[in-house]
Design a protein around this ligand. Structure first.
Ligand code: AMP
Length: 360
């Protein structure tokens, strides 16, 4: 095991080469680290800005061995990396953060909600759905409408279907293609919030101010931060985030999506064991952004400050909205973050823009 804190010049391994990996890599290089990225695609957004890229599947044993050898610490940028790959790296003696437990818990919506409720982080009521009978019973218990989701590998609203009538149950189940599912009660929220938090190897924690999020078609459109919430809500969100971090013995940055039901009631929608789209505002709203914070946490550096120094509206640019770069690049109050993706497929996250709304 390497000695912590890692010195500049050490190497960080990242599983996953998307935009989150790219921005992690940029933050790491600013602190003097080299980065090696493992991603199945050549020329991935992260690979293009990193010292080395290993082009291989996430479960390729030789590639994992090479990554473990090259890197002083290994992290990941998305939660669908096979947990077995993280375990394999850890078993081979590599320092891995966050660890396999966080990954396993967040990969399965039932395990996730069970864990959350056990650490005192409330969620919507839910039912495990393996058969049509389970679904019909679940609908009776949870009421209508209810949301049927795949247990695993859903993201950005994919793999989910609202059920408004019991007669629609068979078609809904079929639309998930026979995959194991979870039925969720509808959260009647007044708004969606999120909190980005970090924990280091010694258990110190920091929490950023809350962001308020607006989704379109299940995909994040904007985050406004710091959100206009009262002190009680901020304190409650902090307590929830800390309970989750401690419960997972977590190291690194974690995103927690919340439903604000009003009257100081917060439910956790889901957690992401990584830097999070709703934390991008910190790049221009905080001295130490979520990417640097993650690098600090996993390399054993002291965690940075999380107070906001500006109010930010972050907007995702999807698909051909990236063509607005010329106009946006001329705005004095807007800062563009482009991901270096060649192909602007519809709905694909291509960039985001942070608009500075003013001081806090
Ligand atoms: P998810 O993929 O679980 O993050 O869900 C995507 C979006 O769907 C959320 O940000 C919410 O807007 C909505 N959503 C998910 N679960 C529920 C729920 N149980 N009740 C109401 N809305 C939900």
């Amino acid at each position: 095991m390497p000695q912590l804190p890692l010195s500049p010049g050490s190497t960080l391994g990242i599983l996953g080469g998307g935009q989150l990996g790219r921005m992690l890599s940029q933050a790491a290089s600013r602190l003097g680290f080299d980065v090696v990225v493992l991603d199945p695609e050549r020329d991935s957004p992260a690979g293009r800005v990193s010292a080395h890229q290993i082009v291989a599947a996430y479960d390729d044993p030789d590639a994992l061995t090479a990554l473990g050898r090259a890197a002083d610490v290994v992290t990941f940028e998305f939660e669908n990396v096979p947990a077995a790959s993280i375990e394999r790296l850890a078993d081979a003696g590599a320092l891995v953060a966050p660890g396999p437990t966080a990954l396993r818990v967040s990969q399965d919506r039932v395990d996730e909600k069970t864990f959350l409720n056990a650490v005192g982080a409330p969620t919507v009521a839910f039912a495990v759905v393996d058969t049509l009978d389970d679904l019909v019973v679940g609908l009776t218990e949870l009421g209508l409408p209810a949301l049927l989701k795949t247990r695993r590998e859903g993201y950005d609203g994919k793999g989910q279907v609202w059920i408004h009538a019991v007669e629609d149950a068979p078609a809904a189940l079929e639309s998930l293609g026979g995959r194991a599912a979870i039925l969720e009660a509808k959260a009647t929220f007044v708004r969606e919030l999120s909190v980005i938090a970090a924990r280091d190897w010694d258990g110190h924690m920091t929490v950023y101010p809350l962001g308020e999020n607006r989704h379109e078609g299940g995909v994040l459109r904007t985050t406004l931060a710091p959100a206009a919430v009262d002190e009680k809500t901020q304190v409650r969100a902090r307590a929830i985030a800390e309970a989750i971090l401690d419960g997972l013995d977590y190291v690194g940055v974690l995103g927690v999506e919340l439903f604000d039901l009003g009257d100081d009631v917060l439910l956790v929608n889901e957690i992401a064991p990584r830097v999070h789209n709703t934390g991008h505002w910190t790049q221009d709203g905080c001295i130490c952004d979520q990417f640097e914070q993650h690098i600090r946490a996993v390399t054993g550096w002291p965690l940075g400050p999380t107070t906001a120094c500006a109010r930010i509206e972050m907007t995702n640019l999807l698909g051909d909205e990236i063509d607005q770069w010329r106009v946006l690049s001329a705005q004095a109050d807007e800062r563009l973050h482009l991901y270096g993706k060649a192909e602007a497929r519809p709905g694909r996250k291509m960039a985001h823009v942070n608009r500075v709304l003013g001081s806090v």
